[in-house]
Design a protein around this ligand. Structure first.
Ligand SMILES: [Zn+2]
Length: 171
């Protein structure tokens, strides 16, 4: 699925991957190329240190790249930054895929074992652990009863399907 990289999508993805702080920066940089870190700092109204911190977070997440060039007049090095919109989409899909696989693991676990809870709902534990505790809650000492996890299984299945649809994976 080719999803257009709209501002809305950029906001959503950047917030999820880096944090809301980085959103103005990404929106500012998305249509520009090789922008000096000082210009970015001015544009997003943050000091140079905060700006660099955000930029390096984007860099670590493979969303931004930079080159260093010596400023001939001042004699020091300045970084010039680029955003790679395609990478944003890629990182987003990767994040979703990781989520799908961890939800799948959870789903398999839910399907494969029985879970137990006390009437106070202190904790939710699987059969082996409950058996080891003689079916007594480790928190309050009440009896542990099997819980119906049909809803949990349904919920996990739905969530996985949703995520797969979002990134255009076959369900
Ligand atoms: Zn309990």
């Amino acid at each position: 699925m080719k999803k257009k990289l709209t501002d809305k999508l950029i906001k959503e993805i950047t917030s999820e991957l880096i944090g809301e702080d980085a959103v103005p920066l990404v929106l500012y940089l998305k249509d520009k190329t090789k922008v000096s870190e000082f210009d970015i700092s001015k544009a997003i109204k943050r000091d140079i240190h905060e700006t660099r911190t955000l930029l390096y977070k984007l860099f670590e997440n493979n969303i931004a790249s930079f080159i260093r060039r010596k400023d001939k007049k001042k004699g020091w090095y300045v970084c010039y930054w680029d955003i790679e919109p395609e990478k944003i989409k890629y990182q987003h899909e990767k994040l979703k895929k990781d989520k799908i696989s961890s939800l799948n693991q959870r789903l398999e676990k839910e399907k494969a074992s029985e879970f137990y809870m006390c009437r106070n709902a202190c904790t939710r534990i699987d059969f082996d652990k409950a058996f080891g505790l003689n079916f007594k809650c480790p928190e309050c000492g009440s009896l542990l009863n099997p819980v119906d996890n049909k809803r949990t299984i349904e919920f996990l299945g739905e969530r996985i399907k949703e995520l797969k649809t979002e990134i255009g994976m076959e369900t």
